[in-house]
Design a protein around this ligand. Structure first.
Ligand code: ZN
Length: 587
């Protein structure tokens, strides 16, 4: 152990040769190293000053914890699997070890001893890279107090730093320290914005990039940046729910520059602050384009800005994870040359994702796919996509009419809101086109009433529509931390869940885990019901039958409602009873 301490001291002062570092790393990796590992690559890297631990974790990919613990053991340093920052001392820790030190040198202040007046006596810092001797020297110089180092897993140190300092904390701190920037310095010509994490330049640009980067890391679909009276709030929408993201406290001071930067990136007029504006940013992350739609809204506390990150998803019908019986019905409909398929449900229930997955099946060299949307949010390579523009008279109805003159095979209309659009869609279906659209109704059978209420003749509905598909989104359980569920028979009876086949029924872990961001859920999936307009249903529609009669026939045709579909997802351990109940509220 004494020898190990000396080794650490030697590394700390930078007196260790390349070989020693390589020895240490290889020794710690042990059998995890495998045969494919080329030691000379590591030696070369060490000579060129790569961050060895990061390099190994990224390239050799040993377990974060296993490797860290072995390294700590060899160096005689304490290992902490889960270093928890003392929340009561957040402020003192941040003051003692500012983000310019903590984030820059990847040193997480975990706890400290303080005098009554709040001065620091000693500090415990967690690092995941005990081999970064230069960093530790710099930390010691910057902090000027006794330091105890512990080694912890990289992901824990990173998460701790972000929680303590907020996203982009160090950048902001640098900025406030030497405020000599001017918003006119921003690069106006920038068209494609490359996010590069390694860029160390301390500017608002970097701060904004941190926010965007982190959003992508966390699989966010939207970012909201909202000025409040004493704060600038940043929220991400992840799996459909908004989450407040911790950002540095003093960000409020830079709110105007942050908003201005985003407006510039989106090609908006930064001088115009009283009117709402829309724009786009073409981001590029790791070579992948991420289209971002930007909207500003003037408020009394200043302009707020929201960003929608598009193109995050690839459309593939398999991703809808439909049960085979439903998938068969869908496949049958997609194989037909004509007819209308209507997807129903409230805003944000995943209708357009389903539609694009359907279209992706049909989209091929020998099929012409045209869409008219408000606005175009998702791109489908090879399809002709048109955005409605009411100000120049391009509406769903007029757009659809001109699309049909262009001889398409498959048409997608964003939404049917009026009888004019509905009737053109019906005509299109009856003249040999496959038409997809959405309707704003709660359940599938309600779609018939909705169309009839708009003024579409029942015999046309019966002749043209193949199916109504209603859907809702439910959150998927995090498979890393879900827990076996135990419900009272009374509760199950209340929600209508038959108490058999409970082996795979789980509930969410309230504390969650790392992989689900401590929410217990990760990702979402849809629950569906498909109401097929069968021949008997056609007759009932023409006869003006009631909803009850239609439903009775649907049952005979094998209809399964959304809640039942959801129960099957519960029995497979995909989601929870609570999710299904809340998303398929009856009525
Ligand atoms: Zn989890």
């Amino acid at each position: 152990m004494v020898r190990a301490k000396e080794e650490f001291a030697a590394i700390s002062t930078g007196n260790t040769g390349t070989n020693r570092v390589v020895e240490l790393v290889c020794g710690s990796l042990g059998p995890a190293l495998g045969n494919g590992f080329d030691r000379s690559v590591l030696e070369e890297g060490v000579r060129n000053g790569v961050a060895v631990v990061d390099w190994v974790l990224d390239n050799v990919q040993p377990g974060d914890s296993e490797f860290g613990e072995a390294l700590a053991l060899r160096l005689g340093l304490p290992w902490e699997e889960d270093p928890v920052v003392d929340e009561g001392d957040f402020e003192k820790l941040k003051r003692t070890c500012p983000p310019t030190v903590g984030i820059k040198y990847r040193a997480l202040p975990v706890r400290g001893q303080f005098t009554e007046s709040g001065d620091v006596r000693s500090l415990t810092l967690a690092t995941y890279d005990p081999l970064a001797s230069f960093d530790r020297v710099m930390v010691r110089r910057a902090l000027d107090c006794p330091i105890e180092w512990v080694v912890a897993p990289r992901r824990r140190v990173r998460a701790g730093l972000q929680k303590l300092y907020g996203v982009g904390g160090h950048i902001l701190d640098d900025l406030i320290a030497n405020r000599e920037w001017d918003s006119d310095d921003f690069d106006f010509k920038e068209k494609v914005n490359v996010i590069d994490e390694s860029d160390e330049e301390a500017t608002v640009v970097n701060f904004v990039n941190s926010i965007l980067n982190e959003a992508l890391n966390q699989r966010a679909t939207d970012i909201h940046i909202e000025p409040l009276a004493h704060d600038l709030r940043v929220r991400y929408r992840i799996d459909g729910l908004l989450r407040v993201i911790s950002v540095p406290e003093n960000i409020k001071k830079l709110q105007t520059s942050v908003i201005a930067r985003l407006k510039l990136m989106a090609g908006l007029d930064i001088a115009e602050k009283r009117k709402p504006q829309d724009g786009r940013i073409a981001l590029r992350v790791g070579g992948e384009p991420i289209d971002t739609r930007v909207a500003t809204i003037p408020g009394i506390e200043g302009e707020s800005i929201s960003l929608r990150l598009l193109g995050q998803e690839q459309f593939n019908i398999e991703k809808l994870e439909m049960f085979p019986y439903l998938r068969k019905d869908v496949d049958d409909i997609l194989a037909k040359p004509n007819g209308i398929v209507l997807v129903t449900g409230p805003t944000g229930c995943g209708k357009s994702t389903s539609l694009f997955c359907f279209l992706s099946v049909l989209n091929s060299d020998d099929t012409k796919v045209v869409t008219i949307e408000d606005p175009v949010e998702n791109r489908l390579a090879g399809a002709l996509q048109i955005a409605v523009r009411p100000e120049i008279g391009l509406t769903f109805a007029s757009g659809l009419r001109s699309i049909l003159r262009g001889d398409p095979n498959v048409v997608m209309v964003g939404e049917i809101r009026d009888v004019e659009t509905a009737e053109i869609a019906v005509q299109a279906a009856l003249t040999g086109h496959l038409v997809f659209s959405t309707l704003h109704t709660n359940d599938s059978v309600g779609g018939i009433t909705r169309l009839a209420d708009m003024g579409v003749e029942p015999f046309l509905i019966a002749a043209a529509v193949r199916a109504f598909i209603a859907q809702r989104l439910v959150r998927k359980l995090c498979v890393s931390c879900r827990q076996p569920a135990d419900y009272s028979p009374d509760y199950l009876r209340l929600v209508g869940f038959a108490p058999h086949g409970m082996e795979n029924v789980y509930k969410a872990n309230e504390d969650g885990c790392e992989s689900c961001g401590h929410t217990g859920y990760r990702g979402r999936t849809a629950v569906y019901e498909l109401f097929r307009v069968s021949e008997p249903v056609q007759e009932l529609v023409v006869a003006g039958a009631s909803k009850q009669d239609l439903m009775r026939q649907a049952m005979l045709d094998g209809f399964v409602n959304m809640r039942e579909y959801g129960w099957q997802k519960v029995r497979e351990g995909v989601t929870t009873i609570e999710e299904v109940v809340s998303s398929t509220e009856v009525g």
